[in-house]
Design a protein around this ligand. Sequence first.
Ligand code: ADP
Length: 527
Amino acid sequence: MSLVGKMMDRPLLVSAILEHGAHQYGEQEIVSRETHGPLHRYRFVDMAKRAKQLANALDAMGLKAGSVVGSIAWNNYRHLEAYYGVSGSGRVMHTCNPRLHPDQLAYIINHADDEVVLFDATFAPLIKAVAPHCPQVKQWVCLSDAANTPQIEGLDVKSFDDLIAPQSDQYEWPDLDEKSGAALCYTSGTTGNPKGVMYAHRAIALSALSACLPNVLSISSEETVLPVVPMFHINAWCLPYACLNAGAKLVLPGPKLDGASLYDLMESEKVTISAGVPTIWMGLIQHLEQNKLKFSTMHRTGVGGSAMPKALIAKFNDDYQVEVRHGWGMTETTAIATMSSFGGPDRVAKQGKSVFGVELKLVDDDGNTLPRDGVTQGELMVRGQWIVSQYHKAEKSALVDGWFPTGDIATIDASGMMQIRDRTKDVIKSGGEWISSIDLENAAIAHPHVAMAAVIGVKDPKWDERPLLFVVRKPEKALEKAEMLAFLEQRVAKWWVPDDVVFVDTLPVGGTGKVQKNELRLKYSKQ
Ligand code: ADP
C-alpha cells in the first residue's frame, strides 16, 4: 500500500493567482487601450482592489456561487478585473466571442445561464439585437464609466464603474474546491451549435504556470507581455493569469488590432513578448515592411490557433530578431498544449512537444495507436489535467478510452515533436490520398508577393477532391496564376499543385483570426 503524502491540501485557485500577483509584484503595471480615451495605466494592487469591489457588487446583486457572468469584450483592464472578481468569488466567467452570429451568441448566453453580461460599448448594437432573446439576464453592464455607457432602448444598462463604486475593496476570497468551474468558453461552432468547455480553477492555475516556463513562453517579471489573443477565446491562452503569476507587466490592446496600432503600442510600452494568431502577425509584418520599421524591444512571440508558415517564422527571426514560439491548443485544452521552441524555422514550423501535464498520441480510424515515426498520420488524441472531459451540460463524456479526440490530423516523431497536418474537416482527399491544406498554404505564403493564402478542397469527378488556392497579393505587388503555380511546383508534390488560383482582396477571417474555410467552401465548392 502506498503511503499518504503529508502535504497541505491547499486548492489551486484563480484568486490565489491574484493575491500572489498583488502581494509579490504589487507595483507592476497594467496598461490598457480603451474603447474611449487615452491609455489606462494602473498597478496590480489597484486591479486587485477593483476585482474585490466587483466581487462585493456581485454578492450585493444576490448572485450565488456557481452563477455565470458573461462577457462580450476586448482585452482591457475592466475585463481583467472581471476575470479575477467573477471567478475568485466562486462564480463562472463566461467569455463570449463577439463575432459569433447573434443567434449563436444568444444561444450560448442562454445555454450557459448567464445572469449578468458585461460588454464593451463597441458592442452596444450587438447587445440590442441579442438582449430580447436572453430573458434570464438580470443585468447588462457596460465595461465603462457612466459617461461612456450607451443607452440601449428597453434595457437597463449599468456602467461597470458605477456598479463597483459603492463597494468595499476588501474581500475574503472563498476557499473553493479547485475542481469547481472558474471560466467557460464555447467552441466556435463551425459544425452545429457551439459547445461549452468549463475550465476548473485547477486547470487554469496549472496551465498559467506552464505558460511561464522557459520552453513555453518564458515569462518572468522582467518581461512586458501584450496578449493579442483575445480574452474572449480560450482565456487569452491563460496569459492574463500567467502575467500575475510571473509578475510581468501586462499590456492590453483593446479593440485596435491592426498592424499600425499594435506596433505603436509595442514600441510605446516597450513590449517584449506578444502572442496571437498568424493572421495578426501578417498584418503587423506588412506594416513594418511598408514603413521600414524595426522593433526596439519585442524579442519573442507566441503564435498558434492556426499553422504559422515557415516563411513568416524565418522573417521574424532574420529580419526582426524576434524569436517565434509556435504552439498548438484548442478551446478544449484550456490554453497551450504543445509548444515548439528553439532550433530554427524548420523545427518551429511544427507544433512542438507537449508541455508537462499534456500527453499526446495518434490513432487510426479504428482507434489503434500509431507509431511515432514522424511520417504516419493519424487523429491526434490528448489527455491531461487541463483537457476537457465533458462539454458543459452534455450527457455523455467527450472522451474515447480516456483520451480527447481533437479532430486534428498529425504526425509525432520519435523525439515527441508533433506536427499538425490538417483538421479532419479541412484535409483534401484526392485520388485516395491526403493533401495537407496547411502544407500548401505554407508553400504559397513563401512567395514574396503573397500576403495571405488559403486552400480548400473542391469536388472533382475524377479525383474526388482537388485543392483550390486563394491568394491575397501584397499591396501593389503583381502575381498571376501561372507564376504562382510554377512556384508551388518547385515546393510540393506535382499532384498537390492546385488546378486553379483565385486572387481575392481579402479572406474571410473569423472572430479568433482564423480564415473561415467554411465560407470559402460555401461559395466556391461547386466550381
Ligand atoms: P475553432 O478553430 O473551431 O474555433 P479552436 O479555436 O478551439 O476552435 O481551435 C482549435 C483548433 O485550431 C485546433 O484543433 C487546430 O485545428 C487549430 N490549431 C491551433 N493551433 C494550431 C497550430 N499551431 N497549427 C495548426 N493548427 C492549429
